[in-house]
Design a protein around this ligand. Structure first.
Ligand code: ZN
Length: 153
């Protein structure tokens, strides 16, 4: 049983799963949760959280991605990246530096570094919300990245 089937099966038994502050909450009628169900939920917890996340984010649009696991995976990665940025942490693939005309120098994925002087960036929403934007140390950049950046300026 994959995590999607598990969630559907649980729902059909009046057991509902939701996320609260990064924790998985199980709403179930008293006495209905067997040891096997709890174990199944625990084993699939990571994927269940991702599914809850993506269902909340996409809503009914999730139906557009039926059987498109690669697209769903991209959305999940996007959400994970978003969450890191919103908490002021640099996603691991943000290995380059670019200049946003509104935020200043910022960490970006290497693909983005080719575009210098961005009109807006993925950190802009942090600026609007007065949340932290990690400031890169220009002198500490991996040399290849720096060369890549300079080449396009
Ligand atoms: Zn920006």
């Amino acid at each position: 049983m994959n995590p999607y089937q598990l969630i559907d099966s649980l729902n059909s038994q009046n057991i509902f799963l939701r996320a609260n502050n990064g924790k998985l909450v199980v709403d179930a009628p008293t006495g209905i949760l067997t040891k096997e169900l709890i174990k199944a939920i625990e084993i699939n917890k990571g994927q269940i959280m991702e599914i809850i996340d993506i269902r909340f984010f996409l809503g009914d649009d999730l139906n557009l991605y039926e059987n498109q696991n690669e697209a769903i995976k991209c959305w999940i990665e996007f959400l994970q990246e978003r969450r890191l940025i919103e908490s002021g942490q640099v996603p691991s693939n943000y290995t380059a530096i670019a200049h946003c005309n509104l935020c200043g120098d910022i960490y970006v994925p290497l693909e983005i570094a080719a575009y210098s002087n961005l009109q807006g960036c993925m950190w802009c929403s942090n600026r609007f919300k007065k949340m932290p934007i990690p400031k890169p140390n220009i002198n500490a950049v991996v040399p290849t990245t720096r060369l890549e950046l300079v080449k396009h300026r």
